[in-house]
Ligand binder design. Structure first.
Ligand code: SF4
Length: 66
């Protein structure tokens, strides 16, 4: 993977932090952040300036454990 294939929000995104802390499945980073990031709902909402909670996963599901 090179950087062109990683979402430009990755360094500041809570999904990265949760993954590093083993709080969520790394599939999110593999399927979205480092792959099809343009499909990520977090990213879409961020770029529209819409509020989205930290515990919202890239597909829009809320992880209530977080
Ligand atoms: S969760 Fe979405 S917004 Fe965050 S880094 Fe991954 S693709 Fe980008």
């Amino acid at each position: 993977m090179n950087n062109r294939e990683t979402c430009h929000w990755f360094s500041v995104c809570p999904i990265r932090r949760y993954t590093e802390q083993n709080l969520i499945d790394k599939k999110w980073v593999e399927q979205y952040c480092k792959s099809e990031y343009w499909c990520c709902l977090r990213r879409k909402m961020q770029e529209r300036g819409q509020y989205h909670p930290d515990n919202m996963m890239p597909d829009g599901t809320i992880d209530k454990r977080l």
